[in-house]
Write a protein that binds this ligand. Structure first.
Ligand code: FAD
Length: 153
């Protein structure tokens, strides 16, 4: 508990944390939202960028008589499931998550979890996505179909 990644050296096969240095044969990077930053520190996955998005949920006021989950038709190449329904153990229906641009990995509320660095990085990564040939169609799909859902929840 409390052990944080500091650095790693791929050629000498060691990883350094705030607890010290360990040699490794195989290193599994499972640091969730931090995993890309860690990969970049090791010179791996340098072609990947993080595009943070946040989602909101709506929940029914009363338990509903619905027995199954409802998902939208998948969009080819999409990075997210789209707004779908989930049932809570008490039978309430949750609808979400919506897709809305965020400006930091943990930007859950207006300016929470953001810094000038995270905002400029997010803007640059969004600009890259919007201008990339591969993703442009998908991005416009989300702007047309998903942003309105974000504003209505
Ligand atoms: C509100 C919400 C609802 C979700 N709902 C669903 C759902 O219904 N269904 C679904 O399938 N998924 C859902 N997800 C997504 C799901 O939670 C994640 O996809 C999943 O937890 C990712 O697992 P992970 O092991 O990659 O990362 P994590 O669970 O984030 O684990 C990463 C671990 O690495 C540690 N760590 C981070 N940085 C460092 C560091 N520098 N050094 C050392 N350790 C570090 C963290 O402390 C953490 O323990 C939801 C997520 C959220 C936020």
């Amino acid at each position: 508990m409390g052990e944080r990644f500091v650095n790693a050296n791929q050629s000498e096969r060691f990883v350094e944390t705030n607890f010290g240095r360990n040699n490794y044969d195989f290193l599994i990077n499972a640091a969730g939202l931090d995993s890309l930053e860690i990969a970049h520190k090791m010179g791996a996955a340098t072609q990947l960028r993080m595009v943070p998005i946040k989602g909101r949920y709506a929940i029914s006021k009363e338990p509903a008589d619905i027995k199954m989950l409802v998902y939208p038709v998948p969009v080819e190449g999409a990075y997210v499931l789209g707004v779908h329904s989930t049932l809570t153990p008490e039978g309430y229906v949750k609808i979400g998550p919506t897709v809305f641009p965020a400006f930091g990995k943990e930007n859950y509320d207006l300016m929470q979890g953001v810094s000038i660095k995270s905002i400029s990085k997010a803007i640059s990564n969004y600009a890259h996505l919007v201008t990339s040939k591969k993703d442009r169609g998908l991005i416009w799909h989300f702007i047309r179909n998903e942003f309105s859902k974000s504003l209505s929840i």
